[in-house]
Ligand binder design. Structure first.
Ligand code: SF4
Length: 77
């Protein structure tokens, strides 16, 4: 698998990846390593990615590891 395919295709418009959501660079790097740069498996675990795939534009307070289900997040939107 190439380096590029490991990276989420939503990075350009994702405030988490664009470093707009977290103050801590260390925390940011951890999220990116676990979700954004971890191939299909990584992004498929990301709540933000799951919402985008369903056609939603997740607010910037929704973290990749939000403990709600996608359907619950949608209900709360
Ligand atoms: S994996 Fe999630 S947090 Fe990372 S760029 Fe994709 S949608 Fe954003």
């Amino acid at each position: 698998m190439s380096e590029k395919s490991n990276i989420c295709p939503k990075t350009e418009k994702c405030p988490l990846f664009q470093r707009e959501m977290l103050v801590s660079k260390k925390a940011q790097d951890i999220y990116m390593r676990i979700f954004c740069k971890a191939g299909e498996k990584g992004r498929n675990r990301c709540r933000r990615f799951q919402l985008v795939k369903k056609g939603f534009n997740p607010a910037s307070d929704i973290m990749p590891n939000d403990d709600r289900t996608v359907d619950d997040i949608i209900k709360d939107m």
